[in-house]
Every structure is written in C-alpha cells, then in structure tokens.
Design a protein around this ligand. Structure first.
Ligand SMILES: Nc1ncnc2c1ncn2[C@@H]1O[C@H](COP(=O)(O)OP(=O)(O)OP(=O)(O)O)[C@@H](O)[C@H]1O
Length: 320
C-alpha cells in the first residue's frame, strides 16, 4: 500500500503540491492522471524520498521509503527511463542494482526475460531506443519482486506492440495482488488499464474514483443516435422535450428521453435513423464532465498541441 497524505511542495512561486492525498491499494491498477504540471512526477519523487515535501507525508507499506532497508523489495519504480549509465550493458545495469539490494543473478535473468530484453541484454544501454530503455526501467522496477509498483508515463516511447504488452503486464501485476500506480497525461491510455483513477490538477486531487463508476455516472441515461438527417432529428427530439447535441458527423446525443421514446419520436416525424443505442461515455468524456466546473483547470487541459500526443484525442500536453 502506498499512502500519500496532505503533501505540500513549493518551487519558488510554483505550488507543485497543494495538499495531495490518496491511497494506492493492492490488487488494482490505479491511474494517476492529470495535465502536464499537475504534480504527478513531484508526488512520485516525494514518495521515493528523492524530493522532500514541505508538509504532509508519503508512506510505503506504512513506512517512509528512505527508511526501508531493501527498498526495491517494497516498491519498484520507473520515473525516468533515461536515468542509466550509457556505457553499461542492460544486464550489468540490473546486476549492479541487484547487488545493491542483496538480490541474486537469477532474478536479473528472470526480469530480462520478462520484459523481452534477452536478445539485447549484453548490449550497451546507451544505444537503446526509448522503448528499450522503458523496458529496462521496468525490469529494474520488478527486480525486487515488490508488492507495489509505481511507473511514471510508462508507455511513453513504446510502439503499439509495447503498449499492449505493458497494459497486460500492469494488469497481471495487479491481479497478483500488487498495488500498481501508473501516471499518464492521456486519459485514453488508462481506459483499458486502470481500475481506479486519482485525477489531479494544480497539485491536488480532483477526483478519486473507480473507472467503471466514473464512466457509468458520465453515461447517465443518454442515448446516441445515428442518422442521415441530424438537423431534422434534433428538431423533432427537441420538440418532444429532449436536450440534444450533435456529437459527430451524423451522430446526435440525446438526454431526457429513453431509447424507446427516441425511436417513437423519430418514427412519428418520419426522420430516418440507422442506430439508437444507450450512450457509453469514454473515460475522456467522463473526465471532461468531472472537471467541467473547474474552468481554470480545463483551460490548462486544453493547452494542447503536444508532441507527446501521437495524434490521439484527449491530449493535454503542453509540448514539453
Ligand atoms: N525541480 C523543479 N524546479 C522548479 N519547478 C518544478 C520542479 N519540478 C517540478 N516543478 C514544477 O512543479 C509543477 C508540477 O510538476 P510535475 O512535474 O510534478 O507535474 P506532472 O504532473 O508530473 O507533469 P508532467 O505530465 O509534465 O510530467 C510544475 O509547475 C513544474 O513546473
């Protein structure tokens, strides 16, 4: 279990953490999500004792990380995949880490196998692609077979096969009963990975909720309609008392009427349609709904144009 309570941290004029509090419980993947600059990395550094907080505390298994005798056996972390000695081979990097924690060579070879780096284990890490470095960082995090894992933007730099792989890995680590915290500034990255979300903005928690509950709440009785005549459909449905919105080319989202009533109204008005279905919100829509009353926060989210977004929707990058 990782517990963060009332963390505060100021860098000059910037309040990086402003009362950050949440718990990462075993057996599930907790997504740690928010726009660039929300305080995710700072929180993770404080948990690891790499930065000191001005207030509050962070505990791993009930104790400060720095007080643990073999910390890699308690919490494995990947914060910065570039943080390795470029002249060392992947295997030597892990051997050196294992040695510092009293772990054997066999575990090194196991984690190399687990992350798929066996063919390049004897190559210098300096020549690795970002994706290979991410895998090496994950191998290091797994070295001590820890009950808790914490990964900062782990899919960053991975190709599609790597993304699928890491999703599966995180899910299986949680299924083994481990506490898994994974950060992302892209909601869409967490849609198929996280069970629970800690949503942050401006150094504090905006929401701490199950993914299923969040989507359920945001889906809230809406109906999605596909039609070749959206304007006529919207007119007819609005006259029947619905609140309607065009949500794409030929798609309309309807609130205030159940599916059967939508079909009846359209039929009665002679408006053609090809599909009427209960709307299921995406995680990203749920998120926007959640933060809808926090204008400043949303304005921050919309500062897009990110080079990290790789074209997917829901990019909150600021181009750093
Ligand atoms: N060492 C530092 N010196 C000065 N300011 C810092 C430092 N580290 C973080 N900050 C500031 O603290 C705030 C929180 O940054 P942090 O990196 O924790 O956010 P984040 O949510 O991890 O963002 P990202 O998605 O970009 O990694 C930002 O405004 C950032 O500029």
């Amino acid at each position: 279990m990782i517990e963060v309570s009332g963390l505060r941290k100021r860098y000059g004029q910037t309040m990086a953490l402003d009362g950050m509090s949440f718990t990462v419980t075993p057996g599930r993947v907790t997504g740690f999500v928010g726009p660039n600059g929300a305080g995710k990395s700072t929180t993770m550094r404080v948990i690891l004792g790499l930065d000191a907080a001005d207030g509050g505390h962070a505990l791993v298994g009930g104790r400060p990380y720095r007080s643990l005798r073999s910390p890699l056996r308690h919490l494995g972390a990947l914060l910065d995949a570039a943080a390795l000695h470029p002249g060392r081979t992947a295997r030597h990097h892990l051997l050196w880490l294992a040695h510092s924690q009293g772990l054997g060579v066999r575990r090194v070879d196991e984690v190399i196998e687990l992350v798929g780096l066996a063919p390049v284990a004897r190559r210098r890490a300096g020549g690795f692609s970002l994706g290979m470095r991410q895998r090496l960082g994950i191998a290091a995090a797994l070295l001590g077979d820890p009950p808790a894992l914490m990964l900062d933007e782990p899919v960053n730099g991975l190709d599609p096969e790597g993304v699928v792989w890491i999703r599966g890995l995180l899910r299986s680590l949680a299924a083994e009963g481990r506490a898994v915290l994974v950060s992302s500034h892209l909601m869409s990255e967490l849609q198929d990975t996280a069970d629970h979300l800690v949503v942050v903005g401006r150094g504090r928690v905006v929401a701490d909720t199950g993914v299923a509950e969040l989507i359920e709440a945001a889906s809230g009785g809406r109906v999605r309609l596909r039609t070749a005549e959206p304007a006529a459909a919207m007119d007819a449905l609005a006259r029947a008392g619905a609140v309607v919105a065009a949500t794409g080319a030929g798609t309309v989202t309807v609130s205030g009427l159940v599916s059967e009533r939508v079909v009846a109204v359209l039929g009665g008005s002679g408006v053609p349609f090809s599909e009427v279905a209960a709307h299921r919100a995406t995680l990203e829509e749920a998120y926007m709904e959640l933060t809808g009353d926090s204008v400043e926060f949303r304005a921050g989210l919309r500062a897009s144009g990110s080079s990290r977004s790789s074209g997917s929707s829901g990019s909150w990058g600021d181009g750093r």
